[in-house]
Write a protein that binds this ligand. Structure first.
Ligand code: 5AD
Ligand code: SF4
Length: 486
């Protein structure tokens, strides 16, 4: 069933095989489960239902679209109500402790559903159970959880569910040791105009605070032709906004060993004709090459937006984080981007309170915010992750100091975001109409090509359309306007 090449991986950790596989060996399980569910539907007049709950990043959102697509292929109907489900799948995140505790608390609530409905199958997957300690915790403290598998076994979902149902026993799948890229898994996309396309999986960077390399394995890239075919199909079926995803998206291709890199992929994908915009995330500064920025500057289908996590503005902290760049290198990338793509939006991730962060280190971060002037920041307080080097680093900084620094960071960024947004008042911008405002049902919300959030009165029937919006007002968080076209 393996049909393609095995690639040698240069991770510096010894060679690992990366297997490119089609989803064919899961088809038999999908078929058998489909028959089982069809029989139930014929006998009872109702379909078994599956509920998929997602925590975490866009990669997890994309993985959940595959879990949902697979559930549908197996003959389940999707529900938004866990209490009505016959199969609950919780796709978890492990990036910070808060995400894990939230997932565990919700899984705890499913105990009552299981008591009322003993045939319910509860599966927990994603990054959290890819850690042995969490897998054991689920085994010992959550006896009503039936099936547990991590990210490296997610493609085996039908087989694992089949085995669980057939044998009746709880099943805890060990993590796969080989890297694998599986094509052809069914997908149920949440939107008909905005789509995620994973181009690579895993991470080799081992930033000292980060759990991702331990729970998602080594970097492995999809074949360019598979990515291009998927994006072409999406554009042909009307998708307008396509985000190429990878934990470390701009190191795409390194494992393929043929010199083809992320800039090449982006250039080739953007030759697809149609009315669409490409985004990508997340990038590492060490792989943010001039070649990549040159491609962005010349291809009109690539959004003028670069999400480039900086993490800290202190060279000492960046070194302790194992980030492999310093603030000057980071700033030189920003300057090159702005020289080639005037008006480009630059957004970033910052961690406050890395172990041993001094006031001077933190001032360095504030200084970089003033120099770079990011359009938007995603900021986080450091969360120790078991098994990562930063977990055991001495951390004398009290939590109260971290919280206070976090507030100062937000306050400065709010000022900068406002200063960056105010000049947009009076301008007319293209906006992809994306949803209804959560706080005011009269307003639609959308995003500009630069990724800025815009609220405006609009007929929800225009969801998924590009509209021109005159910006009447701006604050640090969003833009507010009115449709400027007939
Ligand atoms: N604590 C806090 N933030 C973290 N991130 C990754 N690991 C941690 C951690 N242990 C942040 C980084 C990364 C983003 C996705 O999450 O800023 O870029
Ligand atoms: Fe984590 Fe660093 Fe990899 Fe990003 S690049 S996923 S922060 S280890």
């Amino acid at each position: 069933m393996l049909f393609a090449a095995k690639f040698a991986e240069k991770s510096g950790e010894g060679k690992m095989q990366i297997l490119m596989e089609q989803n064919t060996n899961q088809q038999q399980y999908i078929k058998q489960l489909r028959l089982w569910n069809d029989k139930y539907a014929a006998e009872t007049g109702a379909r078994r239902r599956a509920f998929v709950l997602t925590f975490g990043c866009q990669q997890n959102e994309a993985d959940s679209e595959k879990l949902k697509g697979t559930a549908l292929a197996m003959g389940y109907e999707l529900t938004e109500q866990p209490a009505q489900a016959d199969l609950i799948v919780v796709n978890t995140c492990a990036i910070r402790e808060h995400a894990e505790l939230k997932a565990l608390s919700i899984i705890g609530q499913y105990k009552h559903i299981k008591q009322k409905h003993p045939d319910l199958v509860i599966a927990v997957c994603g990054c959290m159970p890819a850690q042995e300690s969490r897998k054991n915790e689920l085994k010992n403290k959550y006896p009503y959880v039936d099936l547990v598998f991590g990210t490296t076994s997610a493609h085996r979902f039908p087989e694992l569910l089949h085995e669980k149902l057939e044998r009746g026993k709880r099943l805890f799948c060990p993590e796969a040791t080989e890297g694998i890229v599986v094509e052809g898994i069914p997908v149920k996309r949440e939107s008909s105009y905005r789509a995620w396309v994973s181009v690579m999986y895993g991470c080799n960077n081992f930033c000292s605070y980060c759990i991702v390399p331990y729970v998602r394995g080594r970097e492995r890239s999809r074949r360019a032709e598979d990515v291009i075919a998927e994006v072409r199909e999406l554009v042909e079926s009307g998708y307008r906004d396509i985000t190429l995803l990878g934990q470390n998206v701009n190191s795409y291709g390194k494992d393929l060993g043929n010199g083809y890199d992320f800039a090449d992929l982006l250039r080739d994908v953007s030759t697809i004709e149609g009315d669409y915009l490409l985004h990508f995330m997340s990038s590492h500064p060490k792989d943010a090459t001039e070649k990549l920025i040159d491609v962005m500057a010349t291809c009109p289908h690539i959004a003028p937006h670069f999400h480039l996590p900086m993490q800290s503005g202190s060279d000492r902290v960046l070194k302790a984080m194992n980030r492999r760049y310093d603030t000057e290198k980071y700033y030189s990338i920003v300057e090159y981007m702005r020289s080639k793509i005037p008006g480009i939006a630059i957004t970033s991730d910052i961690i406050v309170g890395f172990p041993g962060e001094t006031e001077e280190d933190f001032e360095g971060t504030l200084e970089m915010l003033r120099r770079v002037r990011f359009d938007m920041l995603y900021s986080f307080i450091f969360s120790p992750r078991k098994g990562t080097p930063a977990d055991t680093m001495p951390d004398p900084v009290p939590d109260a100091v971290k919280s206070e620094r976090f507030s100062r960071l937000l306050a400065l960024q709010n000022e900068i975001s406002l200063e960056k947004n105010l000049p947009l008042e009076g301008k007319t911008l293209r906006v992809l109409c994306d949803g209804v405002s959560k706080t005011n049902a009269e307003l639609c919300q959308g995003r500009t090509d630069q990724g800025k959030i815009v609220f405006f009165p609009c007929d929800p029937a225009r969801m998924g359309d590009y509209v021109c919006v005159h910006i009447d007002r701006a604050d640090s968080y969003a833009l507010y306007g009115t449709i400027a076209e007939a």
